[in-house]
Design a protein around this ligand. Structure first.
Ligand SMILES: [Zn+2]
Length: 282
């Protein structure tokens, strides 16, 4: 369909102080936003997730929704990101993807969604022969996006390499004052020997960076997936299987014997200022 304003040229004339100037037509902005949305890596499962369709049941869910809306409204002035943490199935990823979409669509932001395990897998793949991309090429959009969603942080079995790689991502975005939105099933207890805590899984430095650069909300509520599972089990007369979260941590890690991150692509310069690990050092 041809645009009625510009008839397909993507430019329109505007008059400023009596002088006629050419500027990009609204339809061009729509094309750019549609392209950004298509490239944002939001999983198909969450393609229809919107802030307007998030139904909070608890105070913490209402607070999480309020902060997500506030983030979109004040972007790009708002540089502080958000950490939604707590038990699975309370809609953390719904909120994060809806926020990301709204920021791209309403504010023209460049934004990406990365499931943390998938991001680490992509970086690991660059170590394999036959993959031409360097780790920095893979990480460039992650480091440079206006808004980054890191989904399910902490689901990967931790290791020195995992901590260094995630630490590099978080620290680089912190230094560049770019907003990062995190969802995680990890806990943040005072007792820092808890194996499923931010402290143990990410390390002291990266946790404290996240505390500085994000507002944290512990999201509590009924596990929607458990509710569905139990409802389905009642229909079929079978007992539900154990939730995934009880078994995931017992799976063997994928990183055994993996060389440490070799993040020194000379073509890409980042001011890392990162003394928490060896990633990024020459
Ligand atoms: Zn137009």
């Amino acid at each position: 369909m041809t645009c009625e304003i510009c008839h397909g040229s993507r430019w329109k004339s505007v008059t400023v102080d009596g002088v006629e100037r050419m500027t990009r037509c609204d339809c061009w902005l729509d094309v750019v936003k549609a392209k950004s949305l298509a490239e944002s890596r939001i999983p198909p499962k969450f393609a229809k997730a919107e802030l307007a369709t998030y139904k909070p049941d608890t105070d913490s869910q209402r607070e999480a929704l309020r902060l997500a809306k506030k983030f979109v409204e004040s972007f790009p002035a708002e540089q502080k990101g958000l950490v939604f943490f707590g038990t699975p199935g309370v809609g953390k990823t719904h909120l994060a993807t809806a926020l990301l979409k709204a920021t791209i669509r309403d504010k023209g932001a460049r934004g990406y969604f990365f499931q943390t395990t998938e991001l680490l897998r992509l970086v690991r793949e660059t170590y394999n022969r036959g993959v031409d991309e360097t780790e920095m090429e893979v990480l460039k959009p992650v480091l440079e996006a206006d808004v980054l969603v890191l989904d399910d942080l902490g689901v990967e079995k931790t290791s020195e390499w995992v901590q260094e790689t995630l630490g590099l991502v978080i620290n680089t975005r912190y230094n560049a004052r770019r907003a990062t939105i995190v969802t995680s099933n990890l806990r943040d207890p005072i007792d820092n020997t808890d194996m499923n805590s931010f402290m143990v899984q990410l390390g002291v430095r990266t946790r404290s960076r996240l505390l500085e650069m994000c507002e944290w909300v512990e999201v509590q509520g009924a596990d929607i997936r458990d509710t569905e599972r139990i409802t389905n089990a009642a229909k079929t007369g079978q007992m539900p299987e154990a939730p995934e979260r009880l078994t995931k941590k017992n799976l063997p890690g994928k990183s055994g014997g993996m060389a440490r991150a070799r993040l020194k692509d000379p073509g890409v310069q980042y001011e890392l200022n990162w003394s928490g690990g060896k990633a990024g050092s020459k």
